[in-house]
Every structure is written in structure tokens, then in C-alpha cells.
Write a new protein. Sequence first.
Lengths: 156, 427, 391
Amino acid sequence: MNNIEEQNPIGPAILKKEMSRRDFIDWVIKGGILATLSGMLLPALAYLWPVMGHGPKVDMEEVAALEEIPVGASKKIVLAGSALLLIRTPQEIKAFSAICTHLGCVVDWDGRKHEIVCPCHAGVFDLEGRVVSGPPPRPLPSYLVKVINGKIYIKL
Amino acid sequence: MNKNRFPSLFQTGPQKIFFFFLLMQCQGLGWAQTPQMSENNSCLLCHADMQEDMKGSIHAQQGIFCNRCHGGDPAQPTKELAKAPGTGYIGSPNKQQIAEMCGTCHANVEVMNFYGIRTDQLAQYKTSMHGKKLFEGDTNVAVCSDCHGEHDILPVGDPGSSVYPLNIPKTCNRCHGNEKLMSQYKLPADIFKTYQHSVHGKALLEEKDLSAASCISCHGYHGAVPPGARDVGTTCGKCHMNEKKYFLESVHAGISAQGKFSECISCHGNHGVQPASKALYDQACVRCHSADTPEAKRGGEIHQMLDEAEEKLRSATILVKQASIEGFFVEPEMAALEAAKTNVIAMAPLQHTLLPERISELHKKVVSAAADIARSIHQKQQFLRWRKLSLIPMWVFIAMMISTLWIKYRQLHSRSREKQDEKKKRS
Amino acid sequence: MIKRWIKSWFAERYDVDQIEEAVKGQLEKPLPKNISWFHTLGSMSLFLFVSQVLTGILLLVYYRPTVHDAFESVKFITTTAYMGWLFRQIHAWGANLMIVVVFLHMLRTYITGSYKKPRELTWVLGAALFFITLVFGFTGYLLPWNQLAYWATTVGTEIAGAVPYVGNFVKTLLRGGVAVGGETISRFFVVHVIVLPWVLFFIIVVHLFLVRYQGIATMDPVSPGREPKLKEGVPFFPDHVLKEGIVFFILIGILVTLSVLRPFDLGEKADPLQTPFAIKPEWYFLPMYQMIKYFPKLIGIFITSLGPLLLILLPFLDRGKERNPLKRPISITLGVIGLLLLIGLGMLGALSETKKNFFGKTYEFNIYGIPHAFPSTGETQAKIQPPPSLS
């Protein structure tokens, strides 16, 4: 803005008071532009900051650590708005949808009986997700599980 | 699952049955069918009309010919020789003969083992009301062929079979819907109609849900007997296991044992059982307990808890749905909703304990889950409101910038006009 | 201190004075007296383009163009990444506003007759910029991979398939296969983020160069030889820039306000097995889409392709000398008719296959946008009438 002032030399008739007013307006404009730019830049920087340890969903989703689930025990996790049941057998980790195929209750793992049981209508599933007894019309959907470096990954 | 409903029929498990069908089909195809069948089976020379009937039947496909039931010798070329004395020809067997005849194979472990079919049907039949009456000389009662058919017997798993789960009620109704016949035994003849409108009947006949209870689920089939008052709970409990389990914890379990209370039936009815509704608390309790007794009040208390839990779940569901329509990210809330729904559904069997303490555990969980969901949705809505409110300072800033720029513009404008005036003066 | 040091550093290496002179010359370039508020629309188009590039780059940070991930990654951007919702909404609204602003810019040029000699090429490039903006919209619309996008793209590419002889070839080329799928998203992505931005950028550079080189058109009639150089006028900087600043702040306010108050819904993930009812393309394709409905396939496509052709060839068709709109009754009348046709067809397109309430009565609009009282009788389906606006 300085060279404008130089370029349009102000006549002697103009008072000093108006000078300061003009300066003030220039400052406001400069400050405003700066504020606008920073107002654009700051959200962008915030946006670039990673939200979580890992990015958005890739093929396999890390859901738990292996040591969280003792052999013969289970863990329920929430993935994409739905519950999943992880069961650790002596050989491997199995993952099923925890939503009973009957009326949509959340099923539990019964470690003593080695069955997946639904608390609502006594539906029982085996370790392959197949219906053993009770009203569920279909087996529980299962998911591909991979264990890498003690971390459990699931493919939805 | 099917195993529970039809214990003996499906004992072998689906794979074996499948194998059985496969085997059957291979054999069916392997045969050059009719020509060979009639070559070996001279009966069909005269009874050609039976050939159509027989063709699809499981017995024909397994190479079981007329003589196994009717006697005679199908290897003989003429009618007279085939039916000659000594060939054991009996013509149409009577009902008692039928039962025994079927039993010669179906009660023989050595024969049936290959097919993986159990062999206790005849023994069971003899314990049934039908069997008892038959061997007392009553020929009105049902025998094997009345339910399974005669020449055209199909395997149970075949949807065309008269004993396929979907067809059972109609098959029973052939006799049990006959008013004249039933009046002899002082039995009602309208059970099919009642059943048709029951929750089980609708599920089976309208929704084709094979796991829904039909006549045989409660009464048995080969060993059909009406369950006595004390057996009702066991019968219903075959499918409604949790309800049965919790019922046994209730005060009514004790008096049921004494025969004063007919377990499930007292509240739910039998053939016409309707979808369980909370209205039963208002209708059924007062049949024994007058409205102002503590027992009736306890029922009211449970009723209220169920109502409240359902209402909370419903309003939470609406809230989440609405939020998702408004464009909120509601996946965690949907998961929480699923858990709450489980608790509400689990309350249904649990209410049979009639213990408010037990029910209130789940009730509390539902209420708090619903509150959590509502809180987190409101938080998100609050964030959006904040987002919208932040538009106000933004516009204030914009207004400020616009007015400042405008003032600057006016200043420059007036100055350039001055300059022009100056120039004009000079020129 | 530092300022002086930097100055001297450059002065020792470059002819700073000459550069300063050139920059100053450009900055203070006098603009004709008739420069109005509407003359800021060009800069606003440029601003929106820059905004689209910047927000687009930000979106690219998290976006993944595969059938598997596209929807999920956009969902991630809008729900999880900090301020991601803002950038997606500004990008989406910016795209729509850009089409509006570029169109208004063209309209201003049409009304002031600025496309006439010697600025024919500037107009042709500008028209190309407008069509590229539309293609931007078309390719970008698919990228979130939601139901609406998927089906709008299916319909859009289907229209291309109706072109005689080359149609099927073009359709397959656009889709990268028989149906819209993973290949489509890849090539739309490439076109949207690599090809079009650079094409647009270079055309903008030439367009701007021509504008600066030839100066802004006055309202005087076309002069026989070369246009005389403008000596006196409003300086570009600061006078006109201040005006642009004002419009810029209003525009940015509108952009953010729309993004917050009327966010675009992500909807459901694309499902090739479930066709939603009444699929429609984006609003800016509605007039064309509706036009095609009224004619047999080939004629419809011929007529709709006439529009762009006329637009590009406009400066060569309209050889009148006058620029002042009041002295060009025919051009202005034709322009108004064209505009009304666009708006009318667009509205018919928006209304078609919907149910709306007017004066307490429910009307059902068929695919031609003809209202029928609802519940309608069977005959409405049987008889197809041409719309009143065209018959």
C-alpha cells in the first residue's frame, strides 16, 4: 500500500487527521487479509493432522491385540456400527458377526461349553458359526482374520 | 435347529440326508426305469395305473415292489400265478396289517441302518393314542398310510410329501377336522382353524417358516398323545427354552407341579396362541388375582418396566435414525443401540421369572444405554449448532471487511475525481 | 534491515527495476470507465478455481479412488478428520457455485457484447472453460461413490452411448468397461485431478493473457481497424481490486454458509444391484437431460449438441458492430429466449417423476414434467403429450 501513497501524493490541503484515518483503514485491510488467510490455513493444518494411529479403513482393520484375549476367551468389538465377536481357540482367532441371525440380539461366547450362545432365545452356534440349536435361521457370518505381530486384523 | 423340532426324523443330520437324496437320485437315473421295472414286476402289466403313482415314490426308487406290502410274486408272468396261494398274496392290507407290514422293514435295524433312518416308529406308534386304539380294534384311527400316503410315499424332506413340515397341519386335519368323526371321541374339530390364526400357524402356513411349531411339535407324531397338563411346559420348552428356564424360577412353577396351574397355557392358551403381548399382564393375571392384590400389582410393575424399556429403545432408535438422516455420523450409537435392543429382547424370556428385581437389572441397562445414546447424539447436534453459530462472527468479520474496503474505494474514487478536476483546470 | 538485504540480494542478480516496472504496469493498467461490479465475476471464477484446487488437494490427502475405499474414505473425511466436513462441503458447493459464476460471467460478456472483435478468441476459450467446468462437475460427482453418484454417472454415460456410430465406443471408453465400476472410478479420478486441472489451468492462462493484453472491452461499437489503446481509466489496482475484494468476501461468506447450513449428504454407498427411483443427473445437466427426453434419441442429441456449438461460434455468427445491449435487440432477445429455455427445461427436469403439492392438490409429474392430478388414472400412462412450452 505504501507505494500508492507515494504514487498519489496527497495535497497539502488534506489534514493530518484524515491521514491517520486512512492509515487506520489500511491497517484494517491488511489485518483482515491476514486474518482471512490464517482462517483458511489453520483448518487446513488441523485437517492434515492425523486423527488416529492409523488412517481410514483399509482392506484389513486392526481391531485388537492378541494378548487382550486369552486362549478360550472372547472379545466383543464394534466395527462399522456393528458388533463383532472375536474368539481365540488354541489354534487361531475366529471372528463372527455378533448379531444373532434370529432377531438381532448380541451373542456371547460361552467358554465352558465352547459354544456361541444368544441370550434372547437360546440360539446356540458352534465354533464355525453354524446353528447348533435354537431358532436362528442362518449361521453367523464370519470374517477373515489375520494375526500379524500380535495384532488382530479383520477384513470386513 | 430342525433337530429340536423333529427329533427323530432329522436325527441323522443334514449331510446324511443329502447323501441319501443323492444316492436316491443316482439310482433313479441309473435305472432304465419303467421298462425294467415292469419286466421284473408283472403286477404292472394289469395295474398299469399304479405305475404313475409309484414312479415318484421313495420305495419304487429303492426297488421295493408291490409284493412287499401286498404279497404275491411279481416274477410270475400271469395274474393267476402271481396271486396263487403260497405267494402270500393278501390284496389290500387292513390297518393293523399296514402297521405291522411297514414295521417289517422300518422296525428292522438291519434293513434301515443303510438308510440312516431310525427304527422305533412302530414301537412309538403302539404307545400313541392312534396305535392303542388301532390294536384295540378301532379302525377309524390313523395308521402309517393315513399320514404318509400309500403308493406315492415321498421322503419327509420332499415338499410334496404329506408329512413335510408345511403340510402337517393339513394332513392331521384330514381326520381331526372331521366333525362327525371327532364327535365320537368327544374331540373338537375346529383346531385347524384355531391354529391357522395362531402365531405358530401364521408363521408356518403364511410365512412358510419350517421351524414354527405345527401339531407334531407338541403332540408328537408316531407316538402322538395329547400332552397332559404337567407336560405342557416341557413341550413348549422344547423351543422356548429360555422362557421355560425362567418360568421354573417363578412362583407359578411350584403350583404347576401340584397341577393347579397349567404352565404356559394358563396365560398364553394352546392351539390359538397369539403373539405374546404385554397386554397379557392386564388380561391373564386378573383371571386368578383380583386387581388390587399385591400379585397383580407386581405384574403391573413388570409390565411398566417392559413398557418403559421398549419405549426408551424406540425413542433412542428414532433419535439415531433422525440424526443419521440429518447427516450425523452415528455408527457408534448404532452399535450401542444394538446392545440395548439385545437387552430389551432378553427381557422377554426373563419376565417369566415374574421377579421385578431380575427384570430391573436389564431394565436399568436399557435405560442407561438409551440415555448414553441420547447424550452423544445431543452432543453431536450441539456441535452442529456451534458450527452454525460460528457463521455469525464470520459474517460480522465479512461485513467489517466489506465496509472497510468500500470506504477505501470511496476515498480513492473521490481522490481520482479531484485529480481529474485539477487536470481540467490546468488544461 | 532484512528488507534492504533481500532487495540488494535480488538487485545484484536480476534487473529488479525492469521487473518492478512490468508488474507495476500490469497492476495499474487502466480499465475502461464502464467497468462494473459484474466485471468481478471473472476473478471470482478464478478464485473458485483456486479454491477448488486447494480444497481438492486437501481431499486427496485422505481420498482413495477404488470401489472398495472411495465411499469409506469420503465418509472418513466428513466424519473423522478434523474440519474434513468443511473442506468436502466447500469443494462440493464450490463446484456448484463455480458453474453458476462462470455462467454468469459468460452472461455478462454476452450482454456487454465483449465477445465481439477483437476478442473472439477470448470468448471461445471462455466457452471451453465453461464446458470443462461442467466436465469437472460430471467426473467429480462420481468420486464419492454413493448411490446418487453411481446412477447419475450410469445415466450420463448412457446418453453418450446414444450418439450415432461412435456412441458405444465412447460409452465403453468413458466407463472403462461395460458398466460403471472400478475402472470408471479410476479414469474419472485421473481426469478430475490430473487432466482437467492442468487443461483448465493452461486455458485460463491464455484466456487471462488475452484479457490483459487486449484490455477490457468498452461499450463503444466495434472499431474498423485495431482498437485504440486505452490511456485513461480506472486503475486495476487498487480501485478495481477493492471491488473484487468486496465481492470475494461476499462469495466466501456464501460458500461457507451454504456448506454449513445446506451440507451435501453423502447418502448410501453405491449398490449396482439396487436402482433408486427416478435417477437424475446434477442440476446443471438437467436442461440437456430434459431436452433429450422430448425427441427421438438421435435428434435429441443433435439438438442438444447444437447449444454448445452455437455458444462457441457466437462471435463468428454475430457480426454486428454494436456492443451496447440496448442497440442489439435481436441478440438480447435471443439470449433471453435461450436463458428462459434453459431455466424452463431445468425446472421441468427437476419436476419430472416427482409428486408435489400445489394449492392443496397433489400433482404427479411424469417423465416429461407434465403434471397430473394425483391419484392419476390409468390413461395418464398411456398418452404422451408434448409439453406446452415446446408444442
